[in-house]
Design a protein around this ligand. Sequence first.
Ligand code: TXA
Ligand code: MG
Length: 314
Amino acid sequence: MIVRPDADGIRRAAEILAADSVVAFPTETVYGLGAHAFSEKAVGAIYRLKNRPSWNPLIVHVASVEAARGLAETWPARADELAARFWPGPLTLVVRRARHLPGIGAANDTVAIRVPAHDVALRLLEASGLPLAAPSANRSESISPTTAEHVLRSLPDVPLVLDGGACSWGIESTVLDVTGEVPRLLRPGALGLRAIRDVTGAIALPDEVADGAARPSPGMSRRHYAPRARVLLRKDVRDVDRAGLAEPIGVLTHEGEGTEVLSADPREYAADLYAALHRLDDAGVATILVQEPPQTEEWLAVRDRLSRAAAAPE
Ligand code: TXA
Ligand code: MG
């Protein structure tokens, strides 16, 4: 059920969370499927509903830096600097996990944490008083939800979805490992690398992240963020031999003509990408021809998601 995030909606959601069940809620990036992060039963419900592989760990959402620190065994000075600059916001920090807390997924001795920049998410965290594990609220490997309606279409069994309208960033948080000397990018995302480097200096950018080949973050399976339609990435979408492609064909561009023409600005493009893929799926398109975005760092997160959407099923 989709529910307005007024006092009554938040109270109902908090009650469900207190009973070790799940609720979906908006964040500034995408909608999350939330549950008490350190309840085995609650976390089990997330994995089951999403059909998510049990090794893939979840991000824990908290309301403050102080609450984040409480989940960490050690809280590096660098984490403080980054949190001061970017929280609440679309940056997830991987730190050593406090010893008294159970691990989530295959994260042996670490935990991924962020403070979301969304009024509804923060009110829910406060009302529930719980740290909330929240992966994107979609079936594993499919497109992340940026509206409450997207959530219910992908996960019809979620008991309650708090409706916060469309997410402003529309793409997941950037995941950064700060357990080592040099911060390591695990997943490109909403927060750009340039902004992070302004605070930290050099960031290790594993090749696998740059070209989407391997799995530096356990969750980064090659095929992910995929619509039902087959996705083909091409430099020039006008120049494609369409014989042999399943019809109907949809075209997603950021220049010239297309079924979906998104902005040529990477932030605006990212904000609308998942919604556009959902629209193309809803229109019954069988093939999506996507104009490749530029090979620049500003487009890193978008290129990452598109190349995963285009990967053949494993
Ligand atoms: O924007 C977001 O981050 C959204 C919203 C709801 O906050 N959440 C999200 O969660 O994208 P999810 O589960 O779809 O992606 C979590 C990513 C995965 O790539 C996972 O492997 C990685 O974070 N991750 C979680 N815990 C980790 C850990 N301890 N070490 C390394 N990677 C971790
Ligand atoms: Mg996800």
